[in-house]
Design a protein around this ligand. Structure first.
Ligand code: IVH
Length: 748
């Protein structure tokens, strides 16, 4: 009987890194987030009374999107994501569209298109021959409304729910395709140009490569990455992401310069926009269908994703007569392409072992082109997936399993992660046997493979090698993380070089990297193919340059489970120095209640992370790795929070119930202002914020003579409560926070 792997308990999914979520956990966490976000959206958009800070909301949203990016099957399902997706999705200010931004009906077949044309002719009482259509590729991006007043760009808004979008003007200004001033002397006083923002496939792949190297979320498709790039709070991030814009429609316009859709498109070009070069004027349903076929054939070679062709009645006066049925125009339709599928043979199933020991089966295919991309590998997720069982125990591919040498249908539906959608049973070789998922790790140690427990204590679908530190796969994966860009980032020492050094047993653990130079008299790196005296000298210089390392990078580089880059940053800022952090970790490992409470008090740090840090530092092997490594490097203290506030450097404890904010928000705000939030009261505590129901911590505070504040007094102290003057200004007019003064509002 395989022993169950240790996993984190259920309620703490929120603390898990997305890369560590099993599909089942991902679904649970996704559902939870969808509900939380929907609640916040309701309070923010409908009630105008948000209950969380922007940053906290953005973090929830980011996590939600990241889960969907990693588990695209969630995004395509019905239910909460749709609802969430429909609402304007982050805290950009809202823009009400002067003319609503609506969407189009879909057509899926030639007959749908013939019906569409016939319907229009009937409606207008014309013969079909009289009606021209503008046919435009349906760009798979985000629609955008650009408002120009007096020829100047004043606002750029996303579609949002059609009536109200998000103001992304600052970000849109960074796009080369969007003129900030319209060309020509006679542009209408008010003019809203609409179109699609998109990212090219090449830019998307390059961005994902960077994201992957940096250990950041990988986007599922160019559309998502365009949306993510546009929703940046910092326009310089948007500027660094190459986004394009095609104009194809308009909203409010004080004088319309053309009488047809094709005339408007020509005008968009004259005033400085790009329009799609595949746009054509067609004269019949058959011409539309032929163009659709031709564009579908060209699709793979285009540098941007399209998911169909849009047909619009060309004459605008006829469009106006046709009007709308609920939220879609009678005068237009989107003729979609079928999902891109291809048939190939599954030649092998290999098992990859990740840094944390998770076993992922990867299907090796006979290379096949799907939508312009040659696909050779496909993730098979887990053992159940191969057996034809989904995350919820439902049947996949009608319950058919996958066997080596099976003919399989793979699909890329506007999605760069291909899926195996079916297996062609008729073509199954007679001798094909069900795939046997390994019961031991493919590593040389052949350690037992165990399946994780799910949140509810059942056997989950993720298998893990129980060999941990002894498993060479886990060791090499850790070394790769160690040298990656967000960790030690050593020039000239990437995955390939680390693998070479590992295979030769020159580097078995991180500290070995720093002793390479001293050992080189016998190793002779310069004798490896591709190296020479200069590159070896450069490598040693790069390694030496990294002997001073920022605390957050160091913590991340240790590769503890559930301690990704963000968590490492929080820990580094929370503890300030390696000495303090290391002491805390050792105490946490020894189950010291105070140390655990202190760690728990850090924003976003919960049981899962704490348990993982404890487990890491309880292991002699890990402590050895850390000790040998710290003998080689100097760890720089974390940057002090930039905020200089009344509470910078103070240790604060919140106790009892808070009425004006959630505990999470209180913590986050205090930390943003440079305070350290702790879970327990000691002599070192500076402030205890006590709400109704405060008990032992309040008593403890009184015992130590610690300042006790009510919630309102706390808000006043940090300057977040109206009517109170708490800051003094110095002679330069900047804030002087050294001597905070709490000034009571009269009557309170
Ligand atoms: S016209 C009233 N033209 O497809 C309809 N839409 O389902 C206005 N799209 O939200 C839209 N290319 O994001 C139009 N050439 C094109 C388009 C296009 C892409 C997107 C757009 C819109 C959706 C309609």
């Amino acid at each position: 009987m395989a022993k169950k792997a240790q996993t984190s308990p259920g309620p703490d999914l929120a603390g898990l890194e997305i890369s560590d979520l099993t599909p089942l956990e991902a679904r649970a966490e996704w559902t939870r987030l969808a509900e939380v976000i929907a609640g916040h959206d309701q309070r923010y958009y409908q009630e105008d009374a948000p209950s969380v800070a922007d940053a906290e909301y953005d973090a929830l949203r980011q996590r939600f999107n990241a889960i969907e990016a990693r588990f695209p099957e969630l995004a395509s399902a019905a239910s909460p994501s749709r609802k969430v997706g429909a609402a304007p999705s982050s805290r950009f200010s809202k823009v009400r569209h002067a003319v609503p931004m609506l969407s189009l009906e879909n057509a899926f077949s030639g007959d749908d298109v013939r019906d569409f044309v016939a319907r229009i002719a009937r409606f207008l009482k014309l013969s079909e021959q009289e009606i021209d259509f503008s046919a435009e590729p349906k760009i798979d991006g985000l629609s955008m409304s650009l408002r120009y007043e007096g020829g100047e760009l004043v606002t750029a808004a996303t579609r949002g729910d059609g009536s109200e979008g998000e103001d992304v003007t600052a970000n849109i200004r960074t796009l080369q395709d969007v003129p900030t001033r319209l060309k020509g002397a006679d542009v209408p006083a008010i003019c809203e140009v609409r179109g699609e923002v998109y990212m090219t496939k090449a830019a998307f792949l390059a961005l994902n490569e960077r994201q992957m190297a940096a250990g950041e979320t990988v986007f599922a498709n160019p559309r998502n990455s365009a949306a993510g790039s546009l929703r940046q709070k910092d326009p310089s991030v948007t500027a660094s992401r190459p986004l394009g814009f095609f104009a194809y429609a308009w909203g409010e316009i004080s004088a319309r310069p053309a009488t047809t859709q094709s005339g408007m498109i020509a005008w968009f070009e004259r005033i400085g926009f790009r329009t799609n070069p595949l746009t054509r004027l067609c004269h019949s349903a058959e011409e539309l269908i032929a163009l659709h076929r031709a564009i579908e054939e060209e699709r793979a070679g285009l540098d941007y994703d399209i998911d169909g062709v849009v047909y619009k009645v060309d004459r605008i006066d006829w469009q106006e007569r046709l009007g709308f049925v609920s939220r879609t125009p009678r005068w237009g339709i989107a003729h979609k392409f079928a999902a891109e599928q291809a048939t190939t043979v599954l030649r092998d199933i290999e098992i990859q072992v990740g840094r944390t020991g998770a076993l992922t089966p990867v299907g090796r295919l006979d290379p096949v082109g799907v939508g312009g991309v040659i696909v050779q590998n496909v993730t098979l997720h887990n053992e159940d997936y191969i057996r034809g069982i989904g995350n919820k125990g439902e049947a996949l591919r009608e319950g058919r399993d996958l066997r080596i040498n099976d003919t399989v249908v793979i699909q890329r539906a506007g999605d760069v992660i291909p899926q195996v959608v079916d297996v062609v049973i008729d073509k199954r070789p007679k001798d094909a046997e069900p795939f046997r998922f390994p019961v031991v790790c493919p590593c040389a140690l052949h350690t037992e493979v165990v399946r994780e427990e799910t949140a509810s204590g059942e056997e989950g679908s993720r298998a893990r090698c129980s060999g941990e530190f002894a498993c060479p796969y886990q060791k090499i994966e850790h070394l790769k993380l160690f040298v990656s860009r967000r960790a030690f980032d050593i020039d000239g020492l990437g995955e390939k070089q680390i693998q070479t050094f590992f295979d030769r047993e020159w580097v078995r653990e991180p500290a070995d990297i720093f002793t390479l130079e001293a050992r080189n008299a016998s190793l002779k790196l310069e004798d490896i193919e591709g190296y020479g005296a200069t590159s070896v000298a450069n490598l040693f210089a790069a390694i030496a340059g990294r002997r001073n390392i920022a605390l957050e990078r160091f913590v991340y580089a240790l590769g503890m489970r559930h301690v990704g880059e963000t968590t490492a940053q929080i820990l580094a800022r929370g503890y300030g120095s390696w000495q303090v952090f290391h002491d805390a970790c050792l105490k946490v490992a020894a189950s010291d209640a105070v140390a655990i409470a202190e760690m728990d008090a850090l924003d976003q740090i919960g049981d899962t992370v704490i348990a993982s840090i404890g487990a890491y530092f309880r292991e002699d092997h890990n402590r050895g790795i850390v000790d040998r490594l710290i003998a080689e490097v100097t760890i720089l203290d974390a940057e002090k929070p930039r905020a200089n506030s009344t509470v910078t450097g103070k240790t604060v404890v919140f106790t009892g119930s808070l009425e004006r904010m959630t505990r999470e928000e209180a913590k986050a705000t205090a930390e943003r202002l440079g305070a350290k939030v702790s879970g327990s009261v000691s002599k070192k505590t500076n402030i205890v914020v006590a709400g109704p129901g405060a008990g032992s911590k309040l008593a403890e505070a009184r015992k130590h003579g610690v300042t006790v504040l009510t919630e309102d007094e706390w808000l006043a102290l940090i300057g977040q409560w109206g009517g109170l003057v708490v800051w003094q200004r110095d002679a330069r007019g900047t804030h002087d926070f050294r001597e905070p003064r709490l000034i009571k509002r009269s009557g309170t």
